[in-house]
Ligand binder design. Sequence first.
Ligand SMILES: Nc1ncnc2c1ncn2[C@@H]1O[C@H](COP(=O)(O)OP(=O)(O)O)[C@@H](O)[C@H]1O
Ligand SMILES: [Mg+2]
Length: 236
Amino acid sequence: MTQMALEGVNLTRQFGGFYALRNVNISVPQGEIRGLIGPNGAGKSTLIDVLSGRASKWQGQVFVDGQDVGKCSPRERRNRGVARSFQRTSIFSSRTVRDQLELAAHWGDDANVDQVMEQLGLSSKQHQVASELGYGDQRLLDLALALIGKPRVLLLDEPAAGLTMEESLNLAHLLRDLVKRWGITVLLVEHDMDVVFSICDQITVLNLGEVLIDGTVAEVRASPLVVAAYLGRNVT
Ligand SMILES: Nc1ncnc2c1ncn2[C@@H]1O[C@H](COP(=O)(O)OP(=O)(O)O)[C@@H](O)[C@H]1O
Ligand SMILES: [Mg+2]
């Protein structure tokens, strides 16, 4: 049996009586880029929160490389190789790109800092103050921060939000290249279907807190259920 890098079993999260997630099962094999899509409010960010350890009240189980990490804090999960990106990680925006990455590395793994900057094309901007970067480079810095320490599993919640189409596709290709080189496993929430269809191996579609379908790009594109879920939300 293939070892799953990331596995969520019967994940449920409620807010009051409302199910943001209900018995969600997801298994991502090592080295795969899994797209996570679904209409607004489907539960995508909630699932990322549960998998990364940021959700407070939830039920189910989370495994990383077959190890139960359900009781682990975000920091402990990070130590086990699970990283996530945030939309606004640049808390120390008055610091340079390099400083921020070194801070994230905190034990001073310079080799990895240089490698990450090079991989994302940020080396030439390493001495620029983060707040003075263009928006596209700020998003790359957010991704770079998640990559410090070479995570085994990367959870990305809309890393291309606000980028132009060209920047989105650039980010998508950087990501795919990186996954191949480092053998990372990625769960990618992304609303830009061009990005999802161009880099994901497999796609999980959430709707109203439940998995609607798990399949290849072709299967998901052809699914009437997916079309109905998106159109249903658009007309309401
Ligand atoms: N902290 C919260 N309190 C109450 N409801 C929440 C909270 N976070 C998310 N929700 C609800 O849970 C559902 C799923 O949200 P979310 O996971 O953010 O969806 P998505 O990321 O797919 O757009 C939405 O209906 C949202 O309103
Ligand atoms: Mg979201």
